[in-house]
Design a binder for this molecule. Structure first.
Ligand code: FUB
Length: 440
């Protein structure tokens, strides 16, 4: 497999958890689509957090080997939801489904200021898996208290089922052909012990598995039930993910290149329950189809494939292309190594100008850095649009430049783009950035 959006400096040969650290991501919903890649649709904990109410700006991540994950960029924010609550925020756990050439992105969002009384399940559609989504309104005909955490299963016979719910109630229904309205009755599931939220249904060997988060106080676990039909009745089977250290838990299950995986989140990067990070570990089954307890690892996965890099000429911008200010300076920090330093100072910044955006649209940015502390934060602005705080993870020292924080942003066509990084949140040295427009 080859990937043209990853430069050599960023290629990983082994996994680690969490899999995405540049921004905070939660509630991962994973799917393998016809292009052979695996995609994760995640919610985005905005930093700094304030409960879960500021959550916004869904990003999608893709991989060909389960180890190298590319941020495909933002696909929807509350600004793009005409029927949504005027104050925005509350873009909670989403999912995506594919049917007849269209990708359907489902997301819970309140329609009114009184957020907990006005949940809807919104739908945005695209003919691409990770871009071009346009909101189409919300699923009609749903009922129940908490219209959160949608999951959609398109079965082998192409009939589609939606699952959702919170606050102890889990509901399921068949969706109509339009994928946006209920067909038939909505069923409240019984027998799924200690259900809290985060329903996810997958199918394996003809059996349906319903996984969900339980109510263990401040330390939810994941449990599951099985059925021979998509809408139950369900037989409860037990716990398969112990607490992750985060007060919420939320997971999905997908098979990729022969193995099954559990996608979940924890809070190891931030230490804060509302600033979460996605992880993946293997999901194994016993011969009778029951799920084994998942081993949560820091090491993550071995690559599921060999990735080669296809980009002929990644655009590297060194410190020579950079303007610094607010106390930041360009210094020689090692033999033949010049870096932007002083970014720990409040008010410090650097900006790279005349960045080539090709014909405009999405571009992957890689920030090449060294930092000693576990996580250092930078405020990213692109052409004056604020992408808020991003994380740069420890490389062990201020002269080990193996750090590579990646995020995908929007660039204008031509070579007049500006990428600005503001400091003041920890000591970090930067030797340059790589920018790869998606449409090269
Ligand atoms: O991320 C916001 C909410 O927290 C989700 O909708 C729940 O499943 C929990 O993860």
């Amino acid at each position: 497999m080859s990937n043209s959006k990853i430069p050599e400096q960023a290629l990983k040969t082994k996994g680690s958890n969490p899999i995405v650290t540049t921004i905070f991501t939660a509630d991962p919903s994973a799917h393998v689509w016809d292009d052979g890649k695996i995609y994760i649709y995640a919610s985005h904990d905005m930093d700094p957090a304030r409960g879960c109410d500021l959550m916004d700006r869904y990003h999608v991540f893709s991989s060909e080997d389960m180890v190298n994950w590319l941020d495909e960029g933002e696909i929807l924010s509350s600004d793009g939801v005409a029927w949504g609550r005027p104050e925005g925020g509350f873009m909670w756990a989403p999912d995506c489904a594919y049917k007849n050439g269209t990708y359907y992105f489902y997301y819970p969002h309140p329609s009114g200021t009184s957020w907990n009384d006005t949940w809807k399940i919104g739908v945005a559609t695209s003919d691409q898996p990770a871009s071009g989504f346009v909101d189409q309104g919300y699923v009609e005909g749903l009922g129940g208290f908490a219209l959160i955490d949608p999951c959609v299963l398109v079965d082998d016979d192409q009939r589609a089922y939606m699952y959702y719910g919170g606050g102890g109630i889990c509901l399921g229904l068949e969706l109509d052909e339009d994928m946006m309205s209920a067909r038939g009755e909505i069923i409240q599931f019984e027998g799924i012990e200690d259900f809290h939220e985060a329903a996810w249904v997958f199918k394996r060997n003809g059996l349906y598995y319903l996984t969900y988060a339980d109510n263990l106080h401040a330390n939810n676990q994941m449990r599951y039930a099985i059925s021979e039909s998509p809408l139950g009745p369900w037989t409860y089977k037990g716990i398969f993910l112990e607490p992750t250290g985060c007060d919420t838990t939320h997971g999905s299950v997908a098979q990729f290149k022969g193995k099954w995986y559990l996608f979940y989140h924890n809070q190891v990067v931030s230490g804060i329950g509302n600033l979460r990070s996605m992880c993946i570990d293997e999901l194994e089954f016993n011969d009778d189809g029951t799920i084994r307890m998942v081993l949560q690892t820091k090491e993550g996965l071995a690559p599921a494939d060999v990735l080669t890099l296809a980009h002929p000429n990644p655009n590297d911008y060194s410190v020579a292309n950079c303007v610094v200010g607010g106390g930041a300076t360009i210094q020689q920090v090692a033999d033949n190594v010049e870096a932007i330093t002083g970014l720990e100072l409040p008010g410090s910044y650097c900006h790279f100008d005349h960045i080539d955006g090709s014909t405009g649209g999405r571009a992957a940015i890689y920030i090449h850095h060294a930092t000693e502390q576990y996580v250092t934060k930078l405020r990213l602005q692109v052409n004056d649009i604020d992408y808020t705080l991003i994380n740069a993870m420890s490389t062990g020292s201020l002269t080990n430049f193996t750090g590579c924080a990646q995020i995908t942003v929007q660039l204008e066509a031509g070579s007049n783009n500006t990428i600005k990084l503001a400091g003041g949140n920890g000591a970090i040295n930067i030797i340059g950035i790589t920018v790869i427009p998606f449409n090269y």
